[in-house]
Design a protein around this ligand. Structure first.
Ligand code: ADP
Ligand code: MG
Length: 257
């Protein structure tokens, strides 16, 4: 049975500064089930990162509620566009940064870090500095650094957008597979519609700012091999892409479009 892990109820948020108020989110309500991979797409500047920051509890909603059903102190992992690896530390030291800062570094954490580095092909690069790795490897190292904290919910804010197209295809498939294999619940923000279809179980479409939920589209692809790259060849892929493209492009048009 589907178990709800996170519930967003009527979330509203505005930024206030000297130029006045910028309304970013209006009445956002949705649920995320345990183990689900949810993608969120919407026009640029509509409020996607704001929503993720509210879920991560970095911002307080103006009104509405975020409810974590599974446990009060659900650990949240947050992965951003930039890898934010520290150049003066080796990959090993970068990967262990979280446990070090939170004073939870144990032999068991080190063993987990070693296993993740080994599973994801970075063990040979453990003693290298970030600048010695390719963009895709750095993003993988950033994911391992997040996974070492054993989060119950993973938030990904356009994590592949700094990569060139081919690397992006490979790395997003790679990271999608890692997340699937771990069974972790994930919310991915992306402006790449193909990426949303190939990685997620469900896609939320947001309107232009202030964002509301425009559509909630389940992704069911009939493929025996459910790897993200193979997903792009699924018979349903093109119809889903066309639907999403229409939903988003309507938001960019004026009322008479
Ligand atoms: P997205 O991630 O969808 O591109 P954001 O959530 O980053 O959008 O931003 C939503 C809107 O809020 C944008 O119009 C942006 O300019 C505005 N905004 C973001 N951060 C701030 C801030 N700190 N102060 C004022 N306005 C902001
Ligand atoms: Mg953003």
């Amino acid at each position: 049975m589907n178990q709800t892990i996170l519930e967003c109820k009527n979330i509203c948020f505005s930024y206030h500064n000297l130029n006045g108020e910028t309304k970013a989110l209006t009445n956002i309500s949705f649920q995320v089930n345990k183990g689900e991979f949810l993608a969120i797409v919407g026009p640029s500047g509509c409020g996607k990162s704001t929503l993720l920051s509210i879920i991560a509890r970095l911002l307080e909603p103006e009104s509405g509620e975020i409810i974590f059903h599974e446990q009060e102190n659900l650990k949240i992992g947050y992965m951003l566009q930039q890898d934010h690896l520290l150049e003066w530390r080796t990959i090993w030291k970068n990967v262990l940064l979280g446990p070090e800062i939170t004073k939870t570094l144990t032999k068991q954490k080190e063993d987990l870090a070693l296993k993740l580095l080994s599973d994801y092909g970075l063990i040979k690069f453990k003693d290298k500095k970030p600048s010695e790795l390719s963009g895709g490897m750095k993003q993988r190292a950033a994911l391992i650094r997040t996974m070492v904290m054993e989060p119950g919910l993973l938030l990904l804010d356009e994590p592949f957008s700094a990569l060139d197209y081919q690397t992006r295809l490979m790395v997003s498939a790679d990271i999608g597979n890692i997340i699937r294999a771990s069974g972790i619940t994930a919310i991915l923000i992306t402006h790449d519609l193909s990426e949303a279809i190939s990685l997620s179980d469900r896609i939320l479409v947001l309107t232009k700012r202030p964002a509301t939920i425009k559509n909630n589209i389940p992704v069911h692809l009939s493929l025996s091999d459910n790897s993200p790259l193979a997903a792009r060849n699924a018979p349903e892929f093109n119809d889903l892409f066309t639907l999403l493209w229409k939903e988003i492009s309507d938001e960019y048009c004026g009322e008479n479009c």
